[in-house]
Design a binder for this molecule. Sequence first.
Ligand code: BGC
Length: 746
Amino acid sequence: MHAQVFRTWPIAVRIAIFIAMLSPSWAQSGSTSKAGRPWMNPTLSPDERATMVVSKMTLDEKITLLHGTGLSGLGPVSPLAVGSNGGAGYVVGIPRLGIPAIQMSDAAYGVRSSGENGRYSTALPSDIASAASWDLGAAYEYGALIGRELRAQGYNMSLGGGVNLTREARDGRTFEYLGEDPILAGKIVGAVMKGLQAQHVIGDIKHYALNDQESGRNAVNVNIDRRSARESDLLAFEIGLRESNACAVMCSYNRVNGDYACENKYLLTDVLKKDWNFKGFVISDWAATHSAAKASVAGLDHEEPGEIFYGEPMKKAVQAGKVPMSELDDHVHRILRSMFACGVIDDLPQKGVVDVERGFEVAQKIAEQSIVLLQDEQAQLPLHASQLHTIAVIGAHSDVGMISGAGSAQVDPPGGNVIMPPGKGQTHWQDQIWFPTSPLKAIRAKAPGAAVQYDPGTDLSRAAALAKNADVAIVFAYQWESEDMDLENLSLPGNQDALIAKVAEVNRHTVVVLETGGAVTMPWADQVSAIVEAWYPGVRGAEALANVLFGDVNPSAKLPITFPRSDADLPHPHLVRPPRESTTHGEPDEWKKIAAGLPAFQITYDEGLKVGYKWYDAERKPVLFPFGYGLSYTSYSYSNLRVTPGNTVTVCFTVTNTGSRAGAEVAEVYASLPASANEPPKRLVGWSTVKLNPGEGKDVTVEVEKKYLSIFNVDQNGWQLIPGEYTFSVGSSSQNLPLKETVNLK
Ligand code: BGC
């Protein structure tokens, strides 16, 4: 089940809408005239303003704000949907009170469906790539760009902000999320949301919570103990919200410990609204609402995309006293408050031209900061153009483009999908979309004196023949991901493993460039000289990649996820697939069955706290490339660690550039808790990026807040610092931590 942005209306409905549009109240839609509307005074607090508006609203007006207007394939579509700007969600405004409509668009790595709407938007590198930068400034820019482009296209709410942890490495949305560590992911999503909301767009963090696989997402019941949930997946949301005050949280499709996430009182009320003091509104994922009264009391404020439960049934429930008016008012208050707080009432979006050139610049810069150098035997990279006569470029359509991630995150490529017939400007659900950023061209531009030849890699012998006589062979490999599906396994699909092995057999100078949404296995890793993880690098991916390959950019990114040696090493070696009765794919009126609730099937996250590197550490499983790992063209040394306890724990150390190039090092700080805490061996507690010229050394200070050193005590429903010995380790990756110091904390 998925949301397609496609609406059709019978002609009679269109005529009725046209007549309605001529009426004065329609014409005023979105008007924020101040006359007789004291809540239009921006010096009042968002809460004061919202309270005033709620007091003036009729029951019907309140209900209007609680739901969207429908989407084909996910239930009935209201005639009022005609006012939609073309995004996934549209909430009719209250013109009488000067409350504009909410125009929502998916915007994970750029604004979705712009091609379909005759517009253009920048495709940034995928979200996981932004996490690989470990750079909060870059993440802020990422969000700010998306915010600007949403507004230029007439939207005032984003549906981006995916922060589900990589518990299940085969999750088809890994590219849309921010990796396996809650502090890194939470800080990055917080910075993205800050940048976005600064443009006066409502930000949304999703999918709350534990929607960590796509298979059977509308039915699955995730079993997890509370402590593990609070210290892992939920912590990422908690940090993201604290850092950004994001105005909305999207509850997810799945069940958690028995209840659907969108009617889960523990998640929505006890944790989100009470413990975290969240003031914004909870919006359901598309067709993730399953009730009116139960969802309402649990804390769901708004149903999308339609009004199956939060329209007429909600009105009746209020009239019958099953949903108290105070509860309804709280939902409405939260939505209005968020609209005021995010500035979408005071500052309406103005449609305009997207700043294409600036978009290219930001996309390229972030791609350059997010490409991870995984292996570089005998300084194979950077390439020296003047020493190369022949370069073989092989595989993955690298003559024309680079792959992108699909589903509701999909951004339309400029000019259409480069491997489809020309003129197809639109993208479709689960199409493989290749962006028009050609590695072949970018490499040719870097090495004008060399013969740079391409082979598609479909015939292994032909590819090997080209590689054999080349000074260097660059093999491109990809693993495509999409919402609403998971990967079968972590192997590169098709013949790509065989292709790489074959090329490596004939050329000692083989560089592999990966375009993947997450981890892949690499049975050929020992046979190739260099490996570069480019992720889905966005619209300027090839230019960014060429800058890294040829050394114009010194790579500094670090992995936000572990690359395991094999699927067998994962906490769950096999993906849990739904039984037939828990899926609806392709059935008529599937939304009805989903709304009614599909039979649950179980996933038990019994690895608990041991997510990502914490699992491999605790289980002592060797990995292919560890969390936090990434090479540079220079080298760094670490020295002089001093750890000082206080309100925060101050971790000081020195990083020195011991090589011959300028570079930026992400210096990582991990903590091991006292044995009595019963935690995995270590956790990331902070980091700092330090820019260094050759030979230069700098002192670095990382302040670690106590919460990041605490455990979640379920009985006390709070964070608790366990008194005892804490070891702080510092270095360049989760497995290269040369500095260690133990201190006593109370
Ligand atoms: C996805 C959400 C998305 C929504 C609207 C759902 O299928 O899970 O992430 O925001 O559709 O397109």
